[in-house]
Structure formats: structure tokens, C-alpha cells
Design a protein around this ligand. Structure first.
Ligand code: MF3
Ligand code: CO
Length: 260
């Protein structure tokens, strides 16, 4: 069941998206070698609460933290730990903020210090595929058009497109219909309509598309242990236009010329 949002509901979703974007901007200040991923998690939790929001991942289906932290071969849903960031790592930070009953969801994969050129290329391709997916996300088109745009861009460059995890609708709940796979055929799937709020989130592997899920049922890593990248925006379709509600601008302000 796809819930189409009223302009007021989209505006509340946009407020949640602003706060989640600012939260990742705050976390960006700490993305340096030696910082533990537990520390990043507490920075984010406090920032969200200080600004009137709720960390929506914390306790969601038993998820133990505010941030999903994706170090190198971790694809999604990694737990914070006492691991300290190292030069050359790539670290995806994925989180959801609830504000006044509505949710905003985003992810950005950070480089820690200097990263290998091929890892940089993986990140750049994944981020570009997100924007290609967003460009394909137009009123009157179909969800499969988004999926196909991401898949063809990444696979033509030799990367593995994760199959098991998808983007999704968002609103009062973090995960709503429709599912948005990162692979699929043009002209298939639900029609994109005004009032939809959608999370588009390519998860792209340097090597094969295969992943392994840990026994806790959450943490996913690549089967071949090569790195994986993940970028995500929440968008709204209204007035016939697609608006990106989250922004990487706060991250860019902090990273300067290290911004991917
Ligand atoms: N963007 C992630 C997703 O859509 C956020 C997950 S939060 C968690 O799956 F609590 F489910 F981990
Ligand atoms: Co999401």
C-alpha cells in the first residue's frame, strides 16, 4: 500500500530530512583516523535529540544503534563498535531521523584520509548512480526506471549491484511501499505519482554482487570482502517535480576538497 502524502506531510518529511542532513554534517567533523565508530554513534544520537528529533534506527526491529556504520566490506546495517577509523577506509554512515512524526533517511560514504584510486572510483560511481536514479524518478514514470538507471550505470563499469537490499518509500514509517530495487527493467513496477516520498539508495560492490548476512540478521558484508559503497537521498514528488529533500551540503562544508 503506497501512501501519497499531502503538501503538509511532505513539508514535515522535508523538516526531518533537513535534520538528518545536519546530523551527518555533524558526524562529518569526526570522520578522521582514530575515532571509534561508537563515538560517531553517540555524537549523532545527542545531536538528533538536542534538535528535537528521535534517532529512528535505535530500537527499530531490535537495531542497537543510531547509526548504521559501513566500514569497507560492510554493505549495510553495520553496528557501531570500538573499531577506530583508519586511513584508507571508506565508511558509510546511514541513519534515519524522526521529527514531528515523519522520517528522513540518508547515507553518505566518507573517505578516511587518502583512499586508493580504485576505491575512490567506486564511491564516485555509486554517488553518480544515485543522481542518475533520481533523474529517472519523474512523475508518470515507473519505479523500474529508477532501478534500471542505477543498474546499467554501475554494471557497465564492472561493479556488483547488491540484490538483497532495496530503497523504499518513507513517511510516518521509515520503510513504506514501494520497494525500490537497484536493478530492474524500464517501464516496470509502480507508477511514480505526486505525493510519493522515496528513498533511493544504491549499494554497489567493487567485486561481485554477493553478500553475507551475519547471524544477528543485520550486518551485511560483501562475500568476497572487497569494498562496498552506499549513498542515499530522500526525495519527494510534488507539483510534477522531484525534489531532493536531504542534502550533502552540510557534509561538503566540513569535508571541503575531500568531498566525494
Ligand atoms: N537506510 C537504511 C534502510 O533503509 C536505514 C536502516 S535503519 C535500521 O534500511 F534501523 F533499520 F537499521
Ligand atoms: Co533507507
Amino acid at each position: 500500500m503506497i501512501y501519497l502524502k499531502t503538501p503538509e506531510e511532505i513539508s514535515k518529511t522535508a523538516d526531518a530530512c533537513r535534520l538528518v542532513s545536519q546530523t551527518l554534517g555533524e558526524v562529518a567533523k569526526w570522520m578522521t583516523p582514530g575515532v571509534t565508530t561508537n563515538k560517531l554513534d553517540s555524537i549523532a544520537r545527542e545531536f538528533i535529540r538536542d534538535n528535537g528529533g528521535q534517532p529512528a534506527c535505535l530500537g527499530y526491529g531490535g537495531f542497537p544503534a543510531t547509526l548504521c556504520i559501513e566500514v569497507n566490506e560492510t554493505v549495510v546495517h553495520g553496528f557501531p563498535s570500538n573499531y577506530a577509523l583508519r586511513e584508507g577506509d571508506i565508511v558509510g554512515i546511514d541513519t534515519v531521523v524522526e521529527l514531528d512524526g515523519f522520517n528522513g533517511d540518508m547515507c553518505y560514504t566518507f573517505p578516511i584520509g587518502e583512499i586508493a584510486p580504485e576505491v575512490m572510483a567506486l564511491c564516485q560511481t555509486t554517488k553518480e548512480s544515485l543522481y542518475r536514479g533520481i533523474s529517472a524518478c519523474r512523475e508518470g514514470k515507473r519505479i523500474g526506471d529508477i532501478s534500471n538507471a542505477v543498474q546499467t550505470y554501475c554494471e557497465s563499469r564492472g561493479y556488483g549491484v547488491v540484490r538483497e537490499m532495496c530503497g523504499h518509500g518513507i513517511g510516518r514509517k521509515m520503510h513504506e511501499d514501494p520497494e525500490i530495487p537497484n536493478y530492474g527493467r524500464r517501464g516496470t513496477g509502480p507508477v511514480i505519482k505526486n505525493g510519493m516520498c522515496l528513498c533511493i539508495e544504491p549499494m554497489i560492490n567493487m567485486g561481485s554482487k554477493n553478500i553475507v548476512i551475519s547471524e544477528d540478521g543485520w550486518q551485511c558484508r560483501t562475500k568476497d570482502r572487497k569494498p562496498s559503497a552506499h549513498y542515499e537521498h530522500t526525495v519527494a514528488i510534488h507539483g510534477g517535480k522531484t525534489e531532493i529533500l536531504t542534502t550533502f551540503d552540510y557534509i561538503q562544508e566540513v569535508l571541503g576538497d575531500r568531498f566525494i
